[in-house]
Each structure stands twice: as structure tokens, then as C-alpha cells.
Design a binder for this molecule. Structure first.
Ligand code: GDP
Length: 312
């Protein structure tokens, strides 16, 4: 049963912070269906790291609702080599927006986190209550600590001031606006690009990093946006909510699916000099399902759409 709505977006002034990013862009597309008055602002006008700039923007705009998708993001290499930037900028963005949202009386705020907030050795699938039960994966702890602070800010402002601020934790995302740079991208866009180029060049094989045995969960960013908008409407509580597809696939299976989607008929070669990373990272989505959202498109469908829009 779908819970009755606690927040109606129709006619509301809604700010998507981070609208130029992959998640923010998907939220803008999805919110266009909600009949709200959507506002966005570029970094050239408001630097979200500067408290005075954020306060002035929110005091002048006074939105009813904020989707906080702005963040400094990057892959394992960037996170590992620029820890100060990842920790400082993400903490500042969240603290500035959440505090100023409270000051101007924002009625609903949805903070977007990441599954890297969970302990490295969390049980699988990872339930929300695994947060802060063990050490983090060291390569992304800077980003993770900042994201955990964002969740805690939402909880603290709810407890102390009664603010309706909630947090959602997306799994690995793919889709429009993704990064296809082979050095810094995640696996799904990397394999799509590699398979496409291998097909065009008539290559005999495609190189997959690692052993192919790690398992990952993938969610199309438009499904994430749909789930997050749903949560904005129906959810109002302290605990964050995992947002994922609930199913996982090995990297080898993913590579095979990508090759079939792209039409590359060569063979796969596994480069075991590259790291496997975490063996498994699957979110427990039972809470999301109990809140009435279970719409993740099958990976095959999302892959085909993504391939056609990126390379078609
Ligand atoms: P993670 O989910 O944080 O580990 O990040 P990635 O999406 O970058 O990598 C997931 C898994 O895919 C790892 O086991 C990688 O070694 C593997 N993988 C296989 N081929 C590639 C590739 O071409 N690029 C990337 N980024 N990962 C790959």
C-alpha cells in the first residue's frame, strides 16, 4: 500500500542545488512533471562553498523545497589524492545550504548521499542501520565522512528545530550526464565506451579491469530521480533511505551484457593487474519498497537507452 502523501510538490517553489550534475540534471527532468516552480543557479552566480553567498541566495529566493544534489564528486583516484578538497567542499556545501534552509523556513529538504557512507565490511545487502558500525573504505573516506555529516545535519535540524529534512542514499548510478573518460569513469560507462570503440575498430578483444568477479548494483539516474521525488512526497523521518535496484550482477556478466547491447562480438580479456575493489556492494532496499517505490527499470533496458543516447 502506498503511504498517503505528506508533502505536495505541485505549485511549490523548488530549488535543485547541483542541477548541472548527473543527479541534479535528472531531478530537473523529473520535477518538470510535478507542476512546481523550479529554480536553479550556476556556480558563477552562487558559490555554494561560501556561506554568505548561499545565505543571500536563499534569503532572496525563499524556496519551499530543496533537493541537495550539489557535491564535489570523483572516482577513486581523485578522492584518494585530493582529500582536503573532498572533505572541505562537501562539508561546506551541506552546512551552508542546510543551515540557511532552516533560517529561511524551507519546508522540505532532500539530501543526496552515497552508499560509500557504509562501513567497508557492512553486511550484504546493506541495511540503513549499518551506518557508523565500522571503519570506512579508506580510499573514499573523505567523501564518505562529509556525506555522513550531511545526514547527521538533516537529523540534527529535524530534532532541534523540527525541520522536515530527509536523506536518500543512491547506489551506483548510470545514464545521461555520466562521465565517459576511461581514466576517471565508473565501470558501466567505461565498458560501454570500450565496447563501442572495439566494435568500430573491429578489435578482437575488450579489456575488463580486474577479475570480473566483483558484484555491483546499478540504477538508472532517471529511476533515482523518480524515487527521490517519491520520497520527498511520502517520507518524513530521521533515518536516511537507501535507493537502489535491489539486484546485483558480476562485472563479467555486466561486460557480456554491454557487449551484447553494443553488438561487439569479440572476446573479453581480464586485466588482473587492475584492482577489483570491494567484492560486493548491494543496498537493502526493503525500506524504499515499503514506502511504495519499486520502479527500477531492468538493467538491460536502461543499458540500451543509455547506449543509444550516448553513442547512437
Ligand atoms: P567501484 O564500484 O567504486 O569499485 O568503482 P568502479 O565502477 O570504477 O569499478 C567497479 C568494478 O569494475 C571494479 O572491480 C573494477 O575493477 C571493474 N572494472 C572493469 N573494467 C573497468 C573499467 O574499464 N573501468 C572501471 N572504472 N572499472 C572497471
Amino acid at each position: 500500500m502506498t503511504p498517503s502523501p505528506v508533502f505536495n510538490l505541485s505549485g511549490k517553489k523548488v530549488w535543485v542545488a547541483g542541477h548541472r550534475g548527473m543527479v541534479g540534471g535528472a531531478l530537473v527532468r523529473r520535477l518538470a512533471e510535478e507542476g512546481c516552480d523550479l529554480v536553479t543557479v550556476g556556480r558563477d552566480q552562487v558559490d555554494l562553498v561560501r556561506q554568505s553567498a548561499v545565505e543571500a541566495w536563499l534569503a532572496s529566493e525563499k524556496p519551499d523545497c530543496i533537493f541537495l544534489a550539489a557535491a564535489k564528486v570523483g572516482g577513486i583516484q581523485a578522492n584518494n589524492t585530493r582529500p582536503a578538497e573532498f572533505l572541505y567542499e562537501n562539508m561546506m556545501i551541506e552546512a551552508n545550504i542546510i543551515h540557511a534552509a532552516h533560517q529561511v523556513g524551507v519546508k522540505k529538504l532532500v539530501f543526496l548521499g552515497s552508499t560509500c557512507i557504509y562501513p567497508k565490511m557492512a553486511p550484504q545487502p546493506i541495511p540503513e542501520h549499518a551506518l557508523l558500525t565500522g571503519p570506512l573504505e579508506p580510499t573514499n573516506e573523505w567523501y564518505a565522512i562529509a556525506k555522513i555529516a550531511g545526514i547527521k545535519l538533516c537529523q540534527a535540524y529535524r530534532r532541534q528545530y523540527g525541520c522536515d529534512f530527509i536523506a536518500a542514499q543512491p547506489t551506483n548510478l548510470y545514464g545521461p550526464g555520466d562521465n565517459y573518460d576511461l581514466e576517471s569513469s565508473h565501470v558501466l560507462p567505461a565498458l560501454l565506451r570500450k565496447a563501442h570503440e572495439a566494435k568500430l575498430s573491429g578489435a578482437a578483444e575488450l579489456v575488463v579491469w580486474g577479475s570480473g568477479s566483483p558484484r555491483r548494483e546499478f540504477l538508472h539516474v532517471d529511476d533515482l530521480a523518480d524515487a527521490v521525488v517519491h520520497l520527498a512526497k511520502v517520507y518524513s523521518d530521521e533515518e536516511h533511505v537507501n535507493v537502489g535496484s535491489g539486484s546485483e550482477i558480476t562485472i563479467k556478466e555486466l561486460a557480456e551484457l554491454v557487449c551484447a547491447t553494443v553488438g561487439f562480438q569479440g572476446s573479453l580479456r581480464f586485466d588482473v593487474s587492475k584492482p577489483d575493489g570491494t567484492p560486493r556492494k548491494l543496498s537493502d532496499v526493503s525500506k524504499l519498497h515499503s514506502l511504495g517505490w519499486n520502479q527500477a527499470r531492468p538493467l538491460q533496458v536502461g543499458l540500451t537507452q543509455t547506449y543509444q543516447s550516448a553513442f547512437g
